[in-house]
Design a protein. Structure first.
Length: 275
């Protein structure tokens, strides 16, 4: 469908992971990582996180797919311009990575803010998306269900340790943290400068894909934990009803990081859908 010339950017492999950079339309360098072989599957991480978000479960997908991750601008090994970011812009960065790799069509699995980015990829570039999985995400606060004020207050506590503990509690159940001390890959990229964190937060907060959700033509699975307060579970049926013929699956008892804590349930659900 699309043919692309090989990039002159050096590519190297580390622990069977091919790593390099794509160049976005505005010249920003976007780091990406490729593992495995077969049909391409793009894995999109949450807000203010690099590709390491997927470290705990990526092996589940490497066995069946050529998995592609990226570091959003502002994170990881990507450039960190101090300018407004948006979920629409992140989606175009994803397409730049696909172009760089010569991938005409890929399945896309986005979680949290990555699910918001995935909505734009699927709606604006339907020919590039085979199957779509939207995990623990929402259509945007304007038409979705906002998290409670108490959650926002806990996350913005001036006591950094208290805010981090609140985030862990929103991600995982007490039963999980009682036996898993961390470190956790889902709590944010600590190498990010403060301005980039703010830019990510605003990009996610301003997301509104409601108008284009009916344009999504890819077979879609909407996946969410039943006990998610970070991104309220009520957003899942809203997405499933708005996207034509979407399928909804709820993971009982799971919080925001359902894909990690409830890996034994979530990964097979996704793999079965993608198959």
């Amino acid at each position: 469908m699309h043919e692309h010339e090989p990039s002159t950017i050096e590519t190297h492999e580390t622990n069977q992971t091919q790593q390099s950079h794509a160049t976005a339309a505005d010249g920003t360098r976007i780091a990406y990582q490729v593992r495995g072989e077969g049909r391409s599957l793009v894995l999109l991480s949450g807000q203010a996180n690099s590709h390491h978000w997927w470290d705990p479960v990526r092996a589940d997908f490497d066995a069946a797919f050529r998995t592609v991750t990226l570091d959003y601008r502002g994170t990881g090994d990507s450039d960190r311009p101090d300018e407004p970011y948006s979920t629409e812009g992140f989606a175009e960065d994803v397409v730049a990575v696909l172009d760089r790799l010569g991938i005409a069509r890929a399945d896309v699995y986005g979680t949290s803010m990555g699910g918001r980015v995935a909505q734009w990829v699927a709606a604006r570039h339907p020919e590039r998306v085979g199957r779509l999985v939207l995990g623990c995400t929402s259509p945007g606060d304007r038409h979705g269900v906002e998290r409670g004020a108490e959650v926002n207050a806990a996350l913005t506590d001036r006591d950094e340790r208290a805010a981090r503990a609140a985030l862990v509690d929103l991600m995982y159940t007490p039963a999980w943290t009682a036996t898993h001390a961390g470190p956790f890959a889902t709590l944010g990229d600590r190498t990010m400068p403060a301005y980039a964190r703010r830019r990510h937060r605003m990009a996610s907060a301003r997301h509104d894909a409601w108008a284009v959700l009916p344009d999504i033509t890819a077979p879609t699975l909407v996946l969410h934990g039943t006990d998610d307060r970070f991104n309220p579970t009520a957003n899942a049926p809203l997405l499933a009803e708005r996207i034509p013929d979407a399928r909804l699956e709820l993971v009982e008892g799971a919080r925001h990081a359902y894909f990690e804590e409830f890996r034994a349930t979530a990964s097979p659900l996704v793999l079965d859908f993608l198959a």
